[in-house]
Design a binder for this molecule. Structure first.
Ligand code: GAP
Length: 448
């Protein structure tokens, strides 16, 4: 079942760029967003490294999430839990028993597939001679300490969520929050995916942005719908077009073992609608499971009413790396400026790696002191690039291609009139701004 803004039965859009994923992969490599990992050794199994621009953008995605989920609220606090974690956590959460995918081997070409993602036919060679599916646990197992034995087994967390559940009491007692309240976390998770694919859409190492919102059980449904609205709004506010975003409610037979209701925020990727985020009513499953396994009372005691209960949990769980890819795909465009073709990323200024590029018109020494002075004025209000290479037109193109919303050009007139030219990425409009009003002007534009 789907909800606005995207429509399930809407006519499929003709993609503007049929090879868009490839273009984003190339742009990412060429301009320093995302590199294949260990490339000098021929790469390493669908792992990726974030380059100088990628690290800025990914941080912006996570900061935008944190700002809306934690900073702008008084009912959500953050934590940063360990990635190496006790098997007892994963036993209680059900991951040791249930966090599996059905794996099949093709007897003809020996490729491995997730049985639920193929149609009884090997996508590689077309053979129908496949093994029976067997359950494959997705958690990465390792050993904490020098001896590799059962007692030292540890797991890399496959989700950040359990860190919030096992710290429920710590947070409750140290912050004195009462339901409804949330615990948020952003960080790496690891899953030994059988078929990592589509660039950073599905990888074995990725980043999540999750929040567990603890509520009185009889308010769970209301808060579930509240978070559906809030999360849809977040993506739209940061520039995902309404036609490329939809909510898809899970049917009963699709729900995870812990969930009473789940809806996915889906984005229209070049290969079709696919998940950006899952929002689930996890009931009291996790707190009760950890209470049963640990012997701790993971409850809320309301001193004013004398009431004691196990809160329900509403969980918006998003992928940071996957969402960054969606923002790149949605922002990509090619158009013509002054008869010249350009590639442009229409990224929201809050997500763009650089908000401003300071560009001296020429490399001549005369312009450098003032250009550096302008850079120094802008660095406290925006993340800035400083580029002196090539012609000014070429440099505008380079900035458009990585989504820099504003270019500030220092020219020879600037030495006389103490003004600079501010160029807007999307309209390419240029205006002259006095240097003593520049920081205010840029800060004002970035706030809009
Ligand atoms: N705590 C619930 C949970 O982890 P999930 O739907 O498995 O739910 C949440 O994961 C989000 O994490 C997904 O919607 C997706 O954006 C991201 N994610 C999950 N597996 C991923 C992978 N292998 N690569 C990249 N992102 C992934």
């Amino acid at each position: 079942m789907t909800e606005e803004p995207g429509e399930d039965d809407a006519a499929p859009e003709v993609p503007a760029y049929p090879d868009l994923v490839e273009r984003i992969v190339n742009l990412s490599k060429r301009r320093g967003f995302i590199f294949p990992s260990a490339e000098v050794y021929g790469g390493f199994r669908s792992t990726y490294d974030y380059g100088p621009l990628g690290v800025l953008m990914l941080r912006n995605v996570k900061d935008a999430w944190w700002r809306s989920m934690v900073q702008m609220r008084d009912d959500v606090v953050g934590i940063d839990a360990a990635i190496l974690s006790s098997p007892r956590i994963w036993e209680a959460s059900g991951h040791l028993a249930n966090f599996t995918d059905p794996l099949v081997d093709c007897r003809n070409c020996h490729e491995r597939w997730r049985a639920d993602k193929i149609d009884g036919t090997c996508p590689n060679c077309g053979s129908t001679d496949l093994t029976e599916p067997r359950a494959f646990n997705l958690m990465f197992k390792t050993y904490a300490g020098p001896v590799e034995e059962d007692a030292t087994v540890a797991y890399l967390r496959p989700e950040t969520a359990q860190g919030m559940f096992v710290n429920f009491l710590n947070v409750l007692t140290t912050t004195r929050k009462k339901p409804p309240f949330g615990i948020a976390q952003v960080g790496k998770s690891f899953r030994n995916e059988i078929t990592p694919q589509n660039f950073v859409f599905r990888t074995r190492e990725f980043e999540q942005m999750e929040m567990e919102y603890f509520v009185p059980p009889d308010e769970a449904d209301r808060w579930f719908h509240y978070w559906l609205d809030e999360r849809m709004r977040w993506y739209l506010d940061l520039g995902i077009p309404a036609g490329k975003l939809r909510l898809r409610h899970h049917d009963a037979d699709e729900l995870s073992h812990y969930s009473a209701a789940t809806a996915d925020v889906e984005f229209l990727f070049p290969w079709g609608w696919d998940e950006l985020e899952g929002i689930a009513n996890r009931t009291d499953f996790d707190l009760k499971a950890h209470a049963a396994h640990s012997g701790e009372r993971l409850e809320y005691f309301d001193q004013s009413t004398g009431e004691r209960y196990v809160p329900y949990v509403i969980e918006p769980a998003a992928g940071a790396t996957r969402t960054m890819m969606a923002f790149l795909l949605a922002a990509y465009d090619e158009d013509e400026v002054g008869g010249e073709r350009r590639t442009v990323l229409h990224l929201d200024p809050r997500l763009a790696p650089y908000q401003v590029a300071v560009l001296p018109l020429s490399k001549k020494d005369e312009l450098m002191p003032l250009s550096r002075q302008v850079l120094g004025i802008l660095q406290p209000v925006a993340v800035c690039d400083f580029d002196t290479t090539q012609s000014i037109g070429r440099r505008y193109r380079r900035q458009d291609e990585v989504g820099t919303p504003y270019c500030v050009t220092v020219d020879f007139d600037s030495l006389e009139d103490h003004s600079v030219t501010v160029r807007d990425r999307d309209t390419t409009e240029q205006v002259r701004v006095p240097i003593d009003r520049l920081a205010e002007e840029i800060a004002g534009r970035l706030r809009c």
